[in-house]
Design a protein around this ligand. Structure first.
Ligand code: COA
Length: 190
């Protein structure tokens, strides 16, 4: 019988890049390189892995961004990337990683945790549409339903505005979507 996925902080030697590459397939090298830079920078807020039977099967990254509120810049957290190796998907590892990432952001005092992703996956796991709370995505190329947030106890009403990604995200062209994927998603949402 396969054991339940268990989430723990990343340790030296964990095959995180391999897990990210496997999960993101054609985009794997690109996403793994983005995460490697974020993880090596002072933007790193967390890196968690999911283990099954002693084998690392999944990973989630947490890093720093801002919300450009009228009063001041607000320090916020971003959940990305979320990866589970293809032959271990559908067994709860992704769900456990999202739960642990939300808990880490709450414990770390984050007012807000953002992500861009499929609402079909993230909404049942505690995320809400961010535009409904006055947040604007970092780019107009993020379809509104995919721009999502968890608001924590330390969030105050004035902490609203546009999400601002650090430079690394732009160097990797990792904000939002581009055509033809953007046009395909917009078509699906019509
Ligand atoms: C998305 C991902 C992390 C989910 O991990 P996982 O371990 O398979 O997830 P879980 O086992 O906890 O949950 C599986 C459930 O989510 C559903 N699911 C998976 N991807 C989904 C998606 N994009 N939209 C909606 N539901 C999705 C599955 O159908 C399954 O549903 P079921 O429980 O009703 O059968 C994994 O599929 C993955 O690594 N994908 C490639 C990389 C990626 O797209 N990452 C997210 C980028 S935002």
């Amino acid at each position: 019988m396969t054991a339940e996925p268990r989430v723990r902080p990343e340790r030296d030697g964990d095959p995180v890049a391999e897990v990210v590459r496997a999960a993101f397939a054609d985009e794997g090298d690109h996403v793994a390189a983005l995460w490697a830079e974020l993880a090596a920078s002072d933007l790193l807020l967390g890196s968690l892995v999911a283990e099954v039977d002693g084998q690392v099967v999944g990973h989630v990254g947490l890093s720093h961004a801002w919300v450009d509120a009228r009063r001041e810049l607000v320090d916020v957290w971003v959940l990305s990337p979320l990866s589970v190796v293809p032959d271990r998907q559908g067994a709860g590892a992704g769900t456990r990683l999202v739960e642990a990432a939300v808990a880490a952001a709450r414990d770390g005092g984050a007012p807000l945790l953002f992500l861009e992703g499929d609402p079909g996956y993230y909404r049942p796991r505690g995320f809400e549409r961010a535009d409904r709370h006055g947040f604007a995505p970092a780019t107009t190329r993020t379809p509104a339903p995919g721009f999502q947030v968890v608001r924590f106890e330390t969030h105050e009403e004035w902490m609203t505005g546009q999400l601002v990604y650090p430079d690394i995200w732009w160097r990797y062209d990792a904000a939002g979507l581009r055509d033809p994927r953007l046009a395909e998603i917009e078509e699906l949402l019509r």
